[in-house]
Design a binder for this molecule. Sequence first.
Ligand SMILES: CCCCC/C=C/C(=O)SCCNC(=O)CCNC(=O)[C@H](O)C(C)(C)COP(=O)(O)OP(=O)(O)OC[C@H]1O[C@@H](n2cnc3c(N)ncnc32)[C@H](O)[C@@H]1OP(=O)(O)O
Length: 392
Amino acid sequence: MAHLAAGLARRWCPSSLQVVNFPVVQLHVSLRAMRASHTEFENAMNQVKLLKKDPGNEVKLKLYALYKQATEGPCNMPKPGVFDLISKAKWDAWNALGSLPKETAKQSYVDLVSSLNSSSKSSGQVEPRADSKPPGYETLVVTSEDGITKIMLNRPTKKNAMNPQMYHEIMLALEAASKDESSITVLTGSGDYYSSGNDLTNFTDIPSGGVQEKAKNGAILLRDFVGCFIDFPKPLIAVVNGPAVGIAVTTLGLFDAVYATDRATFHTPFSHLGQSPEGCSSHTFPRIMSPSKATEMLIFGKKLTAREACAQGLVTEVFPDSTFQKEVWTRLKAYAKLPPNAMRISKQVIRNKEKEKLHAINAEECSVLQERWLSDECMNAVVNFLSRKAKL
Ligand SMILES: CCCCC/C=C/C(=O)SCCNC(=O)CCNC(=O)[C@H](O)C(C)(C)COP(=O)(O)OP(=O)(O)OC[C@H]1O[C@@H](n2cnc3c(N)ncnc32)[C@H](O)[C@@H]1OP(=O)(O)O
């Protein structure tokens, strides 16, 4: 490892320093910044060369990977030999990004560089404090053991509402999980909620290009985010530890199994918010639960209990809250011991025929939502929530 570190420090050229590291420092990704312009990307590349402090090999590798992904797309190089440690580390980092879209990688790169800049500005030459946060995701806790990669949404004080940073980090965590040693991947929430869906404060940051640009960037982010669920290659399990709202519910239709505590509820208040269905739910929900039941949820915003959601096929099984964690994890650990290749291939057989269709549906839903976000109905609903006149 020391050899690798020394080699990286010696041989890293400035242009390959460009990387964005979600895990490292808090990223202030606003709607304004959801999609990096070419100029922003170029500026970020220049800023990397001016960094006063060496960001360390882990960050350099991430910068390198994101830069390559942003400029060339998915890793297209032959895998270096095992003894070529530096090239292999770089190849691994790039390859781990899988099919992450170029635009997302570009934005991640810009955000990472910006976070590196602000952290070096705020700390100057001073060494990091002993109690400063270790490198890692800011909005997630990701762990991997017993053949299971667990991605836990971690904004419990905001009921795990999804802000732009969380969307990006989930995409990165899914990409990494798709390539790691685990056999199955789990998404769950910390605290009392699974997730309250889209963070409604996302609507407050108007970019210089105005609301049109904001809506356009939001639609791109949403399409990329949902696309990662459509393409995820291993069994993907939701451990729904509490209420779920909006996009946290719709994406469940793209999971392979959904286990819920009896305390969970499922709610998609799109009409109340002046919005329309996403997460491919316009297709998956009518199929899973019948068109009229889907109408009650997706159009009328009917909230389902966990048992109702299970009766309608959205949830696989419901457990008493008191034994939920113990029972679910015991079961998942047993499933994770099954032959991973067989599970992956079976998922392909079950899901692949639908993938193209799901991507098309995703694109259409995003384009409809892009318009909805500009409507008075949507703006009024968001203002009402933010001014605390409305709670769903
Ligand atoms: C770019 C991609 C777009 C994807 C499109 C997605 C669409 C959706 O997901 S639509 C659904 C959006 N979600 C909501 O409308 C839920 C809004 N939240 C609520 O109605 C309530 O907060 C609650 C029912 C989820 C929980 O109520 P309660 O138990 O009374 O807790 P608080 O309201 O006090 O919440 C604590 C804290 O968390 C903040 N918060 C909760 N959810 C959200 C949210 N979705 N967006 C922003 N902030 C949220 C809430 O404001 C409180 O904050 P503080 O006041 O600062 O403590």
